[in-house]
Ligand binder design. Structure first.
Ligand SMILES: Cc1cc2nc3c(=O)[nH]c(=O)nc-3n(C[C@H](O)[C@H](O)[C@H](O)COP(=O)(O)OP(=O)(O)OC[C@H]3O[C@@H](n4cnc5c(N)ncnc54)[C@H](O)[C@@H]3O)c2cc1C
Length: 392
């Protein structure tokens, strides 16, 4: 430990900025590759100011976009490995139904990603899952691999294994400045660190961190309302056999982007949220006027009345979380175009948790100059024109 008042000074093989799920997995893979790694987090852990907190995230094989569907088997395998390494359960299999009108292209994409996923019509769905009602012409694609990842527990597990492999995690230490070079210098509120490679996984703060490095990334932080709805009959269906997760890909009376998870975290409360929110500065996320009407909550209430009649149509709990979206909602996993030893993982656009084991692996591989185990071409920074600003 540094003497009081003395900034810490140390040199590592790698530095990772941001101990959310992406940075923690990047650090975990670096430590597995025997790289002496420093993981820096601005807040004292655990915290709820970013995107990785809370009890639950959906994971699934059903993905309309092939690029993510191809990564999912590797993700399931790596989540299982982490469970074994940490000696704790991180996943509850519940299955998932993707809901939409018959023939919807995204629904077809989900079906393809499952090989040939089972399609349930409204009658079969209501028989199998009485809580869910579809309207005429609407169907569900069934993904029986899907379920819930225990988010907070997963974050702690990956950080614990990282530390057990010799990694250094320093929280309550904000990165203030990055000086590029063959050996980079990172200045924080408590020290100055050097390393030949740096991974930036700073979530909603990434835009501000990369701006002094001459990059203007099109990242939009969004404030998301995380809503929980009370079951009219508590415990239905049952704690032993929870209802499935669901994903709305467009319905006659509800837009694409509503998703739900069974009552696992708060007894009797089902999590149903909308995949869109309002633009927010991560430093001022709580400035939203208290008591102001939330259009997304009204939309969710109407969806619940129409499709989930077993729930009270007013939310019992509303929490907040941040998304960081790119314009196409695909991730950024790439080198800095000018400083090739700075690797950026950002823009997870509200669907990055389940993919974090593979995201972390790709970021680690990029930073070590290894061939990435999945193509990172779809995640290139240069797909956005004009991101590189004046030379430093
Ligand atoms: C309501 C909600 C529901 C979601 N549901 C799902 C789901 O069902 N399935 C799914 O796959 N995904 C889901 N997601 C998305 C997923 O949770 C995110 O994609 C993921 O958590 C992003 O992780 P991250 O590590 O990029 O960001 P974060 O968790 O925000 O981590 C970034 C970290 O960097 C730190 N940091 C920033 N700046 C600095 C600095 N200067 N110095 C040091 N540290 C810094 C921050 O404090 C933060 O801890 C959901 C997200 C939300 C908000």
């Amino acid at each position: 430990m540094a003497a009081l008042g003395q900034p810490r000074q140390a040199t590592y093989d790698a530095i990772v900025i941001g101990a959310g799920i992406q940075g923690s997995f990047a650090a975990y893979h670096l430590a597995q590759h025997h790289r002496d790694t420093l993981l820096l987090e601005q807040f004292i852990l655990p915290h709820s100011r970013g995107s990785s907190h809370g009890q639950s995230r959906i994971t699934r094989s059903a993905y309309p976009q092939e690029v993510y569907a191809r990564m999912m088997p590797d993700c399931f395998r790596l989540w299982e490995r982490l469970e074994a390494e940490a000696g704790t359960s991180l996943f509850r299999r519940t299955g998932l139904v993707a809901l939409g009108p018959a023939g919807n292209p995204e629904l077809e994409g989900c079906r393809r990603s499952l090989g040939a996923g089972e399609v349930l019509d409204a009658t079969v769905l209501a028989r199998r899952f009485p809580g869910l009602r579809l309207h005429a012409g609407e169907v569900a694609v069934w993904d029986d691999t899907a379920g819930v990842l225990f988010a907070d527990r997963a974050l702690r597990a990956v950080q614990d294994v990282f530390r057990r492999r010799g990694g250094t995690l320093q929280d309550g230490e904000k990165v203030l400045r990055i000086e590029p070079g063959a050996v980079l210098t990172v200045t924080t509120t408590a020290g100055v660190y050097r390393a030949p490679r740096l991974i930036m996984t700073a979530g909603a703060w990434t835009g501000a961190l990369v701006a002094p490095l001459g990059l203007r990334l099109p990242l939009q932080p969004l404030r998301i309302n995380v809503c929980y709805w009370r079951e009219k009959e508590p415990g239905s269906p049952s704690a032993d056999r929870p209802s499935p997760c669901f994903l709305v890909l467009g319905l006659s009376q509800a837009p694409r982007g509503i998703f739900g998870l069974p009552a696992l975290e708060y007894p009797g409360l089902v999590k149903v949220c909308y995949h869109h929110g309002s633009p927010a500065d991560p430093e001022e996320r709580d400035r939203a006027p208290l008591g102001a009407p939330h259009p997304d909550v009204a939309l969710l209430s109407s969806f619940i009345s129409s499709y989930l009649p077993g729930l009270e149509p007013q939310p019992a709990v509303v929490e907040t979380c941040l998304y960081t979206n790119t314009p196409d909602e695909d991730f950024i996993l790439d080198r800095h175009p000018k400083f090739s030893n700075i690797i950026i993982g950002a823009g997870f656009s509200g669907h990055g948790f389940k993919l974090a084991p593979v995201v972390g692996k790709l970021l680690c591989e990029l930073s070590l100059g290894e061939e990435p185990s999945h193509s990172t071409a779809p995640f290139a920074i240069t797909r956005f024109p004009g991101v590189l600003q004046a030379a430093l």
